[in-house]
Ligand binder design. Structure first.
Ligand code: ATP
Ligand code: MG
Length: 718
């Protein structure tokens, strides 16, 4: 008798099932968002295990984040029950490579206890090498060289592989020499940088055929999620393994390639068929996630990109009265946060779970305003892919400086920043300071200042410590003389803290600098530094650490692969989204990557996608009136509605400007599409209050004095 298909297979559509059951030979699943690619991978693993084709330890599965790896493990366990803990090789490229490297470290000149260099150490090391070469490290910066190293390692280029032209470009032709030097130093230090993790394993595989063979035999099945975001090194790594065993299954979507800035190569998808002989390419076209409005909006938007493989998508997920994608215009980021907070509460009161809602931002500095609003409302939230705003490292550091100025006895704050950025104040020095503080029962800073008058410290640390204390002295004197926001900027500059991040070449550094600017901006709402610090201690004190039902706040980059009923997408303005940096640095390619990011954002939504743009935003310290994102113009009129303007404009309606205006001028009606309603609305609003580019001042000072909830009317008359 025919056996019934196992449970995990029922419910799959024919193409999905094909992708699950074609276990032998290379398979590429190329399909749009929400078509079940990740589900196919998970089910495929379950199928391999349930059919006894391999044991858990014989499956290599690569996910993009550690979180995704955990979730995949849980789901597989749900399908097949039993023990999936044996899935030792399910993780990110990096985590898998570290594991391999620790076992064979000696073969690439390391010991198995090797350490992984952080960016701070890396920059310092490079700087030393540049100086040792007798080069001017102002002209040939460590940061620039670190960027080159990264791009070489992403392409699996060892020093001798670096193309002549590129090697020549740095330091009058000494690029290759520096690279060699750097690798040698790492080896002496028994350390690897991030890029080395893959590169060393590739070298290992290339130079030790028996080791490679061993892994080729071990990994009977290999699977890769988010394949569009692999770089060349990862691709080579995979191909080496697949030489002995072609059971490779990769799933991806060229339209969701969003890590080009980190060296991801969407071409890997195009190459797959060519390089993995006999590959079966399976396309999935049915989307199981989103309503047809959401899917149509996302598909139309992404069709503006030129370099794509192109694909069809359809859905029959629709319920009778499913929502159009909405676009709402708000005054500024504060109103944006307020509006979204209100909408979340409204949904919640209708019984929608907070877990099914997410706010996806382009840049992490945008998160702060949402966090504060949600705290005010008592809404539970969690920040995914990073700590909450005031818990971020750079914010805590900056706050520690401010606390030391306002509260000289704050020992914890002092300890945090006394040697950040590094000033050569090591453990020995700090031990002396601590000892004296304990003995005399005085705060650390006071102890430190007593100590520098003695002979106990060596000249170097003594001078360093003296500089720190003199700085704090001076800043404290300035406390009553200059505006607290200006002082905060001065402190971060003069302490070298801002500079530290400027020199950092890690991918996070620009975001951290933006966060510091946002911190200063957030201080403007308060009269004084003390008032601000008090507010923060209240915000920080909130205990909803792991509330089970919570709104998610995260960047678009970290939202990849996830889904929510309702997705809020704030900040759709030129300069922020598409992000100026990306346009400046990569031109057309940068724009297309931003557009893919927009596509990722919209396709996270199952039922509701809500987009916002603020007419005014503070960019680089100045209020600017903004231009709505070009992506808004690229949405298909039939599937989009101009959202209800927020309630703040209610009082304004008397002036001839109100919600009804949005309704009566359907911007998508016929030929008027070229002047979307939000653009007109923005103009109207500006002319009705005389607000323009240069007019930010009055607004700002009104804002500083505000008490309680702010309304546009209140603000304009203030
Ligand atoms: P992304 O490109 O965003 O990573 P994806 O292609 O990986 O998306 P999945 O996350 O696997 O898509 O699936 C999207 C949603 O559709 C999930 O909720 C999944 O459980 C559901 N789904 C996938 N296939 C089916 C199916 N055959 N029947 C019912 N639901 C399905
Ligand atoms: Mg997925």
């Amino acid at each position: 008798a025919a056996r019934r298909a196992p449970d995990y297979l029922t419910g799959l559509n024919p193409e999905q099932r094909l992708a699950v059951e074609t276990t032998e030979g290379p398979v590429l699943v190329l399909a749009g968002a929400g078509t079940g690619k990740t589900r196919v991978l998970t089910t495929r693993i379950a199928h391999i295990l349930a059919s006894g084709l391999a044991r858990p330890s014989e499956i290599l599965a690569v996910t993009f984040t550690n979180k995704a790896a955990r979730e995949m493990k849980e789901r597989i366990a749900g399908f097949v029950g039993g023990n999936v803990e044996g899935m030792a090789w399910l993780g990110t490229f990096h985590s898998i490579c570290v594991k391999i490297l620790r076992r064979h470290a000696e073969l690439v000149g390391l010991k198995s206890s090797f350490s992984i260099l952080d960016t701070d150490d890396q920059i310092r090391l490079i700087k030393q090498i540049i100086q040792a070469e007798g080069l001017d490290d102002k002209r040939w910066t460590a940061k620039a060289f670190a960027g080159m190293l990264d791009s070489w390692k992403n392409r699996a280029l060892t020093p001798k592989d670096v193309p002549e032209g590129e090697a020549r470009a740095f330091a009058n032709g000494r690029g290759r020499k520096l690279y060699e030097e750097y690798q040698e130093r790492l080896s002496i230090l028994n350390a690897a940088d991030f890029g080395d993790l893959l590169l060393h394993v590739i070298t290992l595989f290339k130079t030790q055929p028996d080791v490679l063979k061993d892994y080729q035999l071990r990994f009977r099945y290999m699977l890769v999620d988010e394949y569009q975001d692999t770089n060349i090194a990862q691709y080579l790594w995979l191909r080496l393994l697949a030489q002995g065993n072609p059971n490779v299954c990769c799933v991806g979507d060229d339209d969701q390639s969003i890590y080009g800035w980190r060296g991801a190569e969407v071409d890997n998808i195009l190459r797959f068929e060519h390089d993995f002989k006999g590959a079966e390419v399976i396309r999935l076209e049915r989307n199981y996630r989103s309503t047809s409005h959401i899917l149509a909006a996302a598909s139309h938007l992404i069709s503006f990109n030129e370099g794509r493989l192109g694909k069809t998508l359809f859905t029959d997920f629709d319920e009778p009265d499913h929502d159009l994608v909405s676009v709402a215009s708000v005054w500024d980021s504060e109103e944006e946060a307020r509006t979204i907070g209100d909408e979340i509460e409204a949904l919640q009161s209708k019984g929608h779970a907070l877990n099914e809602m997410a706010v996806l931002v382009r840049a992490s500095f945008q998160m702060r305003e949402f966090e504060e609003r949600f705290v005010t409302l008592g809404l539970n939230y969690r920040v995914i892919g990073g700590p909450r705003f005031y818990e971020r490292m750079e914010i805590r550091d900056a706050m520690a400086y401010l606390r030391c100025v306002a509260q000289p006895a704050d020992d914890l704050a002092f300890e945090r920043i006394v040697n950040t950025p590094k000033r050569g104040l090591g453990d020995a020095t700090l031990k002396l300071v601590h000892g004296l503080a304990r003995a005399e029962r005085i705060p650390l800073m006071q102890a430190a200042s007593q100590l520098i008058d003695t002979e106990e410290l060596k000249p170097k640390p003594r001078n360093a410590l003296k500089t720190v204390l003199d700085n704090f002295e001076r800043w404290r004197r300035q406390l009553d003389q200059i505006k607290h926001t200006d002082l905060a900027e001065i402190i971060l500059d003069e302490s070298g803290y801002t500079e530290m991040w400027r020199l950092d070449r890690s991918a996070e550094a620009p975001g951290r600098l933006d966060n510091l600017k946002e911190l200063i901006r957030s201080m403007e709402e308060f009269e004084s530094l003390a008032g601000f610090l008090e507010h923060i201690s209240l915000v920080m004190d909130r205990d909803s650490a792991d509330a089970s039902d919570a709104v998610s706040i995260m960047t678009l980059h970290s939202a990849k692969g996830l889904e929510f009923d309702t997705v809020f997408l704030p900040g759709w303005e030129e300069g922020l989204f598409p992000h100026q940096r990306s346009l400046d640095e990569s031109g057309r390619a940068g724009l297309e990557e931003e557009r893919r990011l927009a596509y990722v954002g919209i396709t996270r939504a199952k039922k509701r996608a809500k987009l916002y743009f603020a007419s005014n935003r503070r960019i680089h310290g100045l209020w600017q009136s903004t231009v709505p994102s070009r992506f808004l113009d690229e949405l298909p009129p039939d599937h989009v509605e101009i959202g209800e303007p927020s309630s703040n404009y209610g009082g304004y309606a008397g002036g001839g400007y109100g919600p009804s205006r949005f309704d009566s001028h359907d911007p998508f009606d016929g030929g008027s599409y070229s002047t979307p309603g939000w653009k007109r609305a923005q103009r109207n609003r500006q002319s009705s209050n005389g607000f323009s580019d240069g007019g930010g001042r009055g607004y700002q000072s009104a804002r500083q004095k505000r008490q309680g909830p702010l309304t546009i009317e209140g603000e304009l008359v203030a």
